[in-house]
Design a binder for this molecule. Structure first.
Ligand code: DTR
Ligand code: CA
Ligand code: ZN
Ligand code: ZN
Length: 316
């Protein structure tokens, strides 16, 4: 397993640390306790869509996909890493081999917080070979990236340590996330207080599904959607089908959000969410038409905001 680490502490982070260490305070700033309990900011969906546009361009320039072991995947990873390095994250690339091709996970640590209590949020960055994978899973990857950038913009100083991850080779069978969990020492595994997974959160005919795993994480997401007045359903097809599974198998509390894949939306679901009954939540699942036009902006916005809300709530 090869690791490379880069990044720099953000100016805001340094200023905050200096102030806290010297007992000083930033003129007019809220006391640290209020800062750490600050509410999550709104995630601008235009920013999330801009990341999707970049991922689409990357796929177009690299044979039409962003699949494991292909140029489009590494270019996607380099794009995400550059944004995080510039925002003050400490980034690590974890390399592995699967199906005779080299794969990569990207791990980004936000400096600060109690490293004995790590809150993780992640998404798989790879697509299938048949397309650009913009909903599956550019949507989750872009939302997690924009949430991480929002943490930096806010100079957020959470009580717990924040770690974000973009997984390789999920489409080959959760390979990257399983490699990460399997290579954690038992001590480091025990430090992860929760893992939040975002895989397909912008489906064009969306449902609003919440994983029914850890009750506290599930409640956090459901509270957010209740605040929006958007009903949710329990995610029933996901057990073992995305990157939360290796964490769950290792005893880490997990949760996540999902807007649906090839299953069809029922009339009862249309009554609560709108959309088209008898049609798949995502008709382009694992297909070449999974492009930037295969996204519900409303679903992407709501789920990006829910991700940020949960990251702030669970780390404060
Ligand atoms: N395995 C995911 C898609 C997927 C299918 N069901 C669920 C449930 C929860 C999360 C994701 C999924 C993929 O194809 O990447
Ligand atoms: Ca928003
Ligand atoms: Zn997939
Ligand atoms: Zn996926």
């Amino acid at each position: 397993m090869k690791l490379s680490v880069s990044g720099r502490a953000s100016t805001a982070g340094l200023v905050t640390v200096v102030m806290l260490l010297t007992g000083g305070s930033i003129a007019g700033a809220a006391p640290a306790s209020e800062v750490t309990a600050a509410a999550a900011p709104d995630i601008p969906v235009a920013n999330v869509k801009a990341h999707l546009t970049q991922l689409q361009s990357i796929a177009t320039a690299n044979g039409g996909n962003r699949a494991h072991g292909r140029a489009g995947y590494k270019a996607s990873l380099d794009y995400v890493k550059a944004k995080l390095d510039a925002a003050g994250y400490t980034t690590t690339i974890q390399q592995f081999t699967s199906s005779s091709r080299v794969g990569y996970n990207l791990i980004a640590d936000w400096p600060g917080g109690d490293t004995n209590q790590v809150v993780m949020a992640g998404s798989h960055l790879d697509s299938v070979t048949s397309g650009a994978g913009i909903n599956d899973n550019g949507s989750g990857s872009a939302a997690v990236l924009e949430t991480a950038l929002a943490v930096s913009r806010a100079g957020y100083q959470p009580t717990k340590h924040l770690r974000f991850a973009w997984w390789g080779a999920e489409e080959l069978g959760l390979v990257g996330s399983r490699y990460y969990v399997n290579n954690l020492s038992s001590t480091n595994r025990a430090k992860i207080s929760g893992y939040l997974n975002f895989d397909m959160i912008g489906s064009p005919n969306p449902g609003y599904f919440v994983y029914d795993d850890d009750p506290a994480i599930e409640k956090t997401f459901k509270d957010y959607f209740t605040g929006l007045g958007v009903p949710t359903e329990i995610e029933t097809e996901g057990d073992g089908r995305s990157d939360h599974a290796p964490f769950k198998s290792a005893g880490v509390p997990v949760g996540g959000l999902f807007t649906g894949a090839s299953r069809t939306k029922t009339a009862a679901q249309v009554a609560k969410w709108g959309g088209t009954s008898g049609q798949a939540f995502d008709r382009c699942y694992h297909s070449s038409c999974d492009t930037t036009s295969n996204i519900s902006d409303t679903a992407l916005d709501r789920n990006s905001d829910a991700a940020a809300y949960a990251v702030w709530e669970l780390s404060s």
